[in-house]
Design a protein around this ligand. Structure first.
Ligand code: GLA
Length: 759
């Protein structure tokens, strides 16, 4: 039997007389009334028995990785290894991982209390005000289905009856492990969760270089690197909605030496949650790194009633010894299998009305755009913002959000007329909504002031002249679902919805939750997911884009319901090079909408060649976002060529393995390629970003992912002015990887796309 002392700890014998004396003094100086009616239960000095367990090893295994946990005789569970397969995992039994009380090493799910003082995953406040939790092993079980092994470890606190399950889902072929926890209040009274992270991962290594992603509007997903030093580095966001604008809940970590695309030990992680998040990296006194990831507990001391449980979102991990490229490919494979709605099924090329028309259009404008889109070979037309609201017409961003009826002054014939026209031209049809939002200038704001996120008596701040609806309220969830439902009902020919979310939460608070405001941030996101679930049950086949002022809602929580994202409102091809590169570290190309827009670019003012814009956009889901009437006949012909060749290799972009060849962050040349599973086909994108000195350059790109023994015939696509002299010739995979491939760029912002097909 091991014993846990609830209160006095190791020094109880020496400390007890002092404590008793202090208590007596305190009682002596308390006023009589307070002595008669103590507000809290007195502490007890009894200890609670913790059953001893047989030490053991729990190994969570994918084909190429192991996550190994050790259970010691006291029942403490600790992560002892995450990385390469290690032969017999049982040999970890003799690892001295257990913290002694002087050191207090993190457990597999570190809690506030006990001997631990670091960043905790779980912090519970109990009815008596105490805040210590110590979780010990009870049992574990494993099950396997469709190549996914699930390991569940049951833990409990023997003093409070709090229980936690740690759940590990190992995707064997993808080398991805999902971790989440389930926290259960088995006591008879409610408790409060002051921290309730999804996962804690303890890593050993000599040094850790963290790659993470910061951003701003029109500049999302910018890669940043920092060496972790002792102490805590936090990636956190408290915006409530639009949470991935400033930072993405994901990272890559080099263990020991900085990774490259092809070498080095890498741990990559991403949290599946579309709300406030916190990922802490704590390098402790022993040089070990502990990563705690989950929902941010900011303003969320979440109440858990007796008998209730809380399931945390999944933290998605992968490990590779072959650099960032292999880690990304693992995540992408998992995402296409399970992390992204639609699983990477190719979606149509499209023309979006936004940058071409903004709010200024009539039916005639739209039909004209549809004609032009059809003539260039595009496959869908998407009507963006501005089509709705009568009393407060949506003619700019100051009015109308919330009033989702068609503006018949702009489109008297209705949406079905436009959608049918698109279909008659062989195009599909999509439409924009922003159902979580309301302009103060709207009927909705007047009719339902209690649906708006707000704090009593305080100004409700506007952002983009709008307020945000309180999705923690089931009535608001019904309304938001209804907006989607009613919009789809406008025409049986709606194939695509662009779901936008253009502001964050400020003056946080829910009129619906009353005094229970601690639930707000969590239940806002759960409300959003409830709506998404209902939508997917009713509309499994509609393609839905997740947009949030560009890339402010890019996370694997939302992606379970959305086919694609709008990575940024910045459509400038130069800016997109970096945004798309960074996004590809964690997320697959099948979700990445990328549009060719007009020059000078509306966000950056940059002027880039049309071909360069096409070649950048073709690395994701290709679209256009301009008024086609502004294009010359020559430009339309180039567009036509680029779109038709994209259709021949689009399957590679959506389902192929990504190999990043040259980074736009570190040089003047940028290149990436997508290779088919059987390695018989690949598409290579090469770009010259050099804008000074001797721009005319022939750069050697060493290709990856090809079969050395196969011969590939190389054909240049999207040809404007050929960049290469070997069109139609064949080269072995070995030559292309070792000798390389060298297109010649005649000036800045030239680019070339090549299709490689095995003979
Ligand atoms: C956001 C989106 C844009 C566009 C506008 C419409 O900014 O990111 O793509 O849809 O809203 O108002």
């Amino acid at each position: 039997m091991a014993f846990l002392n609830i209160f006095v700890g190791n020094n109880q014998k020496t400390m007890r007389p002092l404590i008793l004396a202090a208590a007596a003094l305190a009682i002596a100086i308390l006023p009589a009334q307070a002595r008669k009616a103590p507000k809290t239960q007195p502490f007890t000095h009894e200890t609670v028995a913790i059953p001893a367990v047989t030490p053991g090893i729990i190994s969570v295994e994918t084909d190429g990785t192991r996550l190994i946990l050790q259970v010691d005789a006291r029942g403490t569970v600790r992560t002892v290894h995450y990385g390469a397969p290690v032969g017999d995992p049982g040999q970890f039994l003799c690892f001295r991982s257990s913290g002694d009380h002087a050191f207090g090493a993190p457990t597999a799910y570190p809690t506030a209390g006990g001997d631990f003082n670091g960043q905790e995953a779980l912090h519970v406040e109990y009815p008596d005000g105490s805040q210590n939790t110590e979780l010990y092993y009870v049992s574990h079980e494993k099950s396997e289905k469709d190549g996914v092994e699930t390991t569940t470890i049951h833990l409990r606190d023997y003093v409070t009856s709090l229980e936690a399950d740690l759940v590990f889902e190992a995707f064997r072929q993808e080398d991805v492990i999902l971790i989440h926890s389930v926290i259960r209040n088995k006591g008879r009274e409610p408790v409060r969760l002051r921290n309730f992270a999804s996962a804690s991962l303890n890593l050993a290594g000599d040094s850790f270089l963290l790659t993470h992603f910061h951003g701003s509007w029109a500049g999302e997903m910018q890669m940043e690197q920092t060496t972790l030093t002792h102490g805590v580095k936090l990636i956190e966001n408290r915006r409530g909605a639009q949470v991935t604008l400033e930072s993405n809940p994901s990272f890559m970590l080099s263990v020991n030496s900085p990774f490259s695309e092809t070498d080095g030990e890498v741990v990559a992680g991403a949290l599946a949650w579309s709300g406030n998040f916190r990922i802490s990296f704590e390098l402790d006194q022993s040089g070990k790194l502990n990563i705690v990831s989950g929902i941010s507990p900011f303003a969320s001391a979440y109440p858990l009633g007796a008998g209730e449980s809380f399931t945390t979102p999944e933290m998605i991990y992968t490990w590779s010894a072959e650099g960032a490229g292999a880690a990304s490919r693992n995540l992408h494979r998992w995402a296409r299998r399970e992390g992204v709605y639609g699983g990477g099924k190719p979606t149509p090329t499209l023309l979006n009305s936004w940058e071409g028309a903004y709010f200024n259009f009539t039916t005639e404008t739209l039909l004209g755009m549809i004609d032009d889109a059809a003539s260039m070979g595009l496959e869908m037309f998407v009507l963006d913002d501005g089509w709705f609201a009568m009393d407060y017409p949506r003619n700019d961003d100051r009015a109308g959000l919330g009033d989702w009826e068609v503006n018949t002054n702009k489109i008297p014939e209705g949406i079905d007329y436009v959608a049918s026209y698109a279909h008659s031209k062989g195009l599909r049809f999509g439409i924009w909504i922003e159902p979580e939002m309301v302009n103060p200038e709207s009927n909705l704001a007047r009719n339902h002031p209690d649906w708006i996120v707000q704090s009593p008596g305080r100004e409700i701040y506007e952002q983009r002249h709008q307020w945000i609806l309180d999705l923690s309220n089931p009535a608001v969830q019904d309304f938001v679902f209804g907006v989607f439902d009613r919009t789809v009902a406008l025409s049986p020919r709606i194939d695509y919805i662009k779901w936008d979310c253009n502001r964050r939460i400020m003056s946080f608070g829910s009129p619906y939750l009353g005094k229970d405001q601690d639930r707000f941030y969590v239940e806002y996101v759960q409300g959003f997911y409830n709506v998404c679930r209902r939508i997917r049950e009713k509309y499994p086949d509609i393609i839905v884009q997740c947009c949030s002022s560009g890339g402010s809602r890019i996370d694997y929580g939302a992606l379970r319901y959305f086919n694609e994202v709008w990575p940024s409102d910045n459509t400038d091809a130069i800016s997109r090079a970096r945004i798309q590169w960074s996004q590809s570290l964690i997320y697959p190309a099948c979700i990445m909408a990328s549009h060719v827009s007009a020059v000078p670019n509306h966000q950056s003012g940059n002027v880039t060649p049309l071909k360069f814009r096409f070649d950048i956009a073709s690395g994701g889901r290709l679209g256009m976002e301009l008024q086609p009437k502004t294009l010359s006949a020559e430009e339309k012909a180039l567009a036509d060529r680029c779109i038709s060749s994209y259709k021949t290799y689009r399957d590679l972009v959506f389902t192929g393995d990504l190999y990043r060849i040259a980074s736009p962050y570190s040089g003047d040349f940028y290149a990436l390629m997508y290779v088919s599973k059987d390695k018989r086909r690949a598409v290579l994108f090469t770009y010259c970003l050099r804008y000074q000195l001797r721009v005319h350059a022939s750069h050697i790109f060493r290709l990856q992912g090809l079969e050395p023994g196969l011969n590939y015939r190389v054909s240049e696509q999207n040809v404007d002015k050929s960049c290469w002299w070997g069109d139609g010739k064949s080269f072995s995979g070995a030559f292309l990887a070792g000798g390389g491939f060298n297109p010649s760029f005649s000036q800045s912002l030239t680019s070339a796309v090549f299709l490689l097909e095995a003979e």
